[in-house]
Design a protein around this ligand. Structure first.
Ligand code: HEM
Length: 405
């Protein structure tokens, strides 16, 4: 089983799909040294059953504890050492933890947010479109999700910008492509201090927000979660929904810029937008890969995998598996993209999927309502700087011009 040649990092960040496709077509499972020595699974039909089998494929590897680098220092690393963490727990603990917050994220509850979300989007667009050239990421795709999740959590408006910086610092610290992690420790410390004092305040004086709901749910069970675990939970809600949703809007825009005929189809029929969002998720999903750890010797598609091995599920490769999606490299806003794995699968299926879908839908609806055509600012085409991690994928900025209606 020979590993296909791993291209240089810059090439991989600019467009990972040729490599993902080579991996997927070479063999269903590969041990790739350049990917932390993980067994990399790329085919769609294999990933669903792995994600369903939580007994053999544990989520323990998904904890930030495992990916945080030593150089951050012991005082920071200990923040991530928690026993009860939603993303990195397995049933039955996971099932119980999820019930603490799941009610806040049902499609019905999320739909109630739509009018306010539309208001936030319109304000952002007013400012963005008043400029001759704008950065779709900084002006819309980044502030929209951070504003929404900060409001849901009950974060004071003056801390929203800090929140974005803190959340970016954690994603960067967890990334294995960023070399010097030490400068990130300060941001992580600030976030910890902020959350600790906010949780203490909500304990004393509860409000109508998600942090208060979480504190109350834990206290109703005699302090089920420690303060460190509550902070970890809130931190997850903050991080999981920020950069990913920013990248959904950013990746979607890049796909539309590169496929003007698909933009025209949305102009002609905006009711296609929800379907287009699913295609964006399939074509260039923000979460490229997730990890699991084997709890016993096992095999995947006949390949033996030892106990304690890391298994990397390349969602982005599976979403372009031609066995599941015909002509997978074609971006088609009318395609039936059902069954894509961009939000994962099984018990850890993305809790925030209804919210992310709504934010992206409103962002594109409002943009298309005001703008006839969007193009790269002169000299920008072909110069997209992509995020430097394999956890998430998206453009760091998108300098554009728009022709208003
Ligand atoms: C879980 C992707 C937006 C909260 C996940 C997982 C994926 C994912 C792939 C599964 C992880 C695993 O199985 O190990 C995405 C993408 C998003 C997005 C692509 C945007 C387009 C959001 C938003 C929130 C959120 C807006 C809001 C708070 C979560 C949480 C989990 C999760 C809490 C853990 C669920 C669990 O362990 O049971 N997400 N996510 N996500 N997501 Fe999202």
């Amino acid at each position: 089983m020979e590993t296909p040649f791993v291209p240089p990092l810059a090439e991989l960040l600019a467009d990972p799909h040729p490599f993902f496709s080579a991996l997927r077509e070479a063999t269903p499972v590969q041990k790739v040294e350049a990917f932390m020595g993980a067994y990399v699974v790329t085919r769609h039909e294999l990933i669903g059953p792995i994600l369903k089998d939580t007994t053999v494929f544990s989520s323990r590897m998904m904890g930030f504890e495992q990916v945080m680098p030593q150089e951050l220092g012991e005082d920071v690393l200990r923040y991530f050492r928690v026993e009860k963490a939603l993303l990195s727990s397995d049933p039955p603990l996971h099932t119980h933890m999820r019930t603490l917050v799941s009610r806040a994220f049902t499609p019905r509850r999320v739909a109630e947010l739509e009018p306010h979300l539309r208001e936030i989007t319109r304000e952002l667009l007013d400012t963005m479109l008043a400029k001759k050239e704008f950065d779709l990421v900084a002006d819309l795709a980044a502030p929209l999700p951070v504003t929404v999740i900060a409001e849901l959590l009950g974060i004071e408006p003056e801390h929203r910008l800090d929140f974005k910086r803190w959340s970016d610092a954690i994603i960067q610290a967890a990334s294995f492509t960023i070399r010097d992690k030490r400068p990130l420790a300060d941001s992580i410390r600030q976030l910890q201090t902020y959350l600790e004092s906010t949780i203490e305040q909500r304990r004393r004086i509860p409000r109508n927000d998600l942090i208060s709901a979480l504190v109350e749910a834990s206290e109703a069970e005699g302090g089920f979660l420690s303060t460190l675990e509550l902070i970890d939970f809130v931190r997850l809600l903050l991080i999981a929904g920020n950069e990913t949703t920013t990248n959904l809007i950013g990746n979607g825009m890049v796909a539309l810029l590169r496929h003007p005929s698909e933009w025209e189809r949305l102009v002609a029929d905006p009711s296609l937008i929800p379907n287009a969002i699913e295609e964006m998720l399939r074509y260039e999903g923000p979460a490229q890969s997730i990890l699991r750890m084997t709890t016993q010797d096992t095999e995947i598609a006949g390949v033996p995998i030892p106990k304690g091995a890391q298994v990397m599920l390349l969602l982005s490769a599976a979403n372009r598996d031609p066995r599941k999606f015909p002509e997978p490299d074609k971006f088609d806003v009318t395609r039936d993209a059902q069954g894509h794995l961009a939000f994962g699968h099984g018990v850890h299926f993305c809790l925030g999927a209804p919210l992310a879908r709504l934010e992206a839908k409103v962002a594109f609806e409002e943009l298309l309502r005001r703008v006839r055509r969007v193009s790269f600012a002169p000299g920008q085409e072909g110069h997209i700087a992509w995020s430097e991690t394999f956890i998430v994928r998206g453009p760091l900025s998108l300098q554009l011009r728009a022709e208003r209606r």
